[in-house]
Design a protein around this ligand. Sequence first.
Ligand code: 5GP
Ligand code: ZN
Length: 116
Amino acid sequence: MTDDCLFCRIVAGEIPATVVHETDDTLAFRDIGPKAPVHVLVIPKAHHQDIAALAAADPALAGRVLASCAAVAEKEGLTGDGYRVIFNTGGFGGQEVFHVHGHVVGGRPLGPMLSI
Ligand code: 5GP
Ligand code: ZN
């Protein structure tokens, strides 16, 4: 738990979120500003800054975060049409919340991978 981290505060129940999937050490909840019909954020409950830090510190947990992304896609009905999982990382990556999270987005064609 990091006191000034938004997503740690969601894990702690201090800030409300619409949870769609939970395991012992991961949490998935709807993005507050959805960019697609389905837009869910998947996080480890433990604080790690980004996907590189998580993979270095606890690769097994990184694997469970990916498994939770897949479980969310299944629960949200995305597996037939397909979907995207995005881990924005660092400044150029557009990361705004520095608690690693995968965006699971889908429910419509998502277009090219990047808009420049
Ligand atoms: P990033 O830009 O770091 O990859 O993504 C951060 C995401 O967190 C954004 O898509 C943003 O809409 C979402 N977000 C920011 N604040 C909150 C919040 O308080 N609750 C939820 N559920 N999502 C949030
Ligand atoms: Zn955190």
